[in-house]
Write a protein that binds this ligand. Structure first.
Ligand SMILES: [Zn+2]
Length: 148
């Protein structure tokens, strides 16, 4: 996204990768504008958020791979009340839960970019929007969503 059009308002604390490095491959991929999730090398199952062990087969042999589409809007909410002082003038905004049916139905949270009053339809295809934040000491990239 271009500067000034980010969904994340100034003043909201940025995400912090896990200190144990578990989700570092995800954050590194977002910097390259790639969406990855954890996949078990033993059974092929997908999972999100990242964990040290496979939920299905209990293997510790996990990696990160690009998440296959489509991405489907599973649920959403249009938030009108600020939950943080920095959001006082940022509302309303749309929070979405996005599902990947080709990746074992893993789901990811984010915001729906664009007009906060746009029509939102469960089941609609969405695509990731990589929102770069280079302004802080530790640059990061958020994954937001837009209608596909
Ligand atoms: Zn497994």
């Amino acid at each position: 996204m271009s500067e000034g059009s980010t969904v994340l308002p100034t003043g909201i604390p940025g995400p912090v990768p896990s200190p144990d490095g578990l989700d570092a491959p995800y954050w590194e991929a977002t910097r390259r504008h790639e969406l990855v999730a954890q996949r078990c090398r033993a059974c092929g199952g997908w999972q999100w958020y990242a964990e040290w062990i496979c939920h299905r087969c209990h293997s510790f042999d996990l990696g990160f791979e690009p998440v296959p589409g489509p991405a489907i809007l599973f649920s959403w909410e249009r938030a009108h009340h600020p939950v943080h002082p920095a959001l006082r003038d940022a509302g309303p905004y749309v929070v979405v839960l996005v599902e990947f049916p080709e990746a074992d139905g893993i789901r990811m949270l984010g915001n729906l970019a664009g007009d906060p009053m746009q029509a939102v339809e469960i089941g609609a295809r969405v695509e990731p929007v990589f929102e770069d934040h280079d302004e802080g000491a530790i640059p990061f990239t958020l994954v937001q969503w837009r209608r596909g």
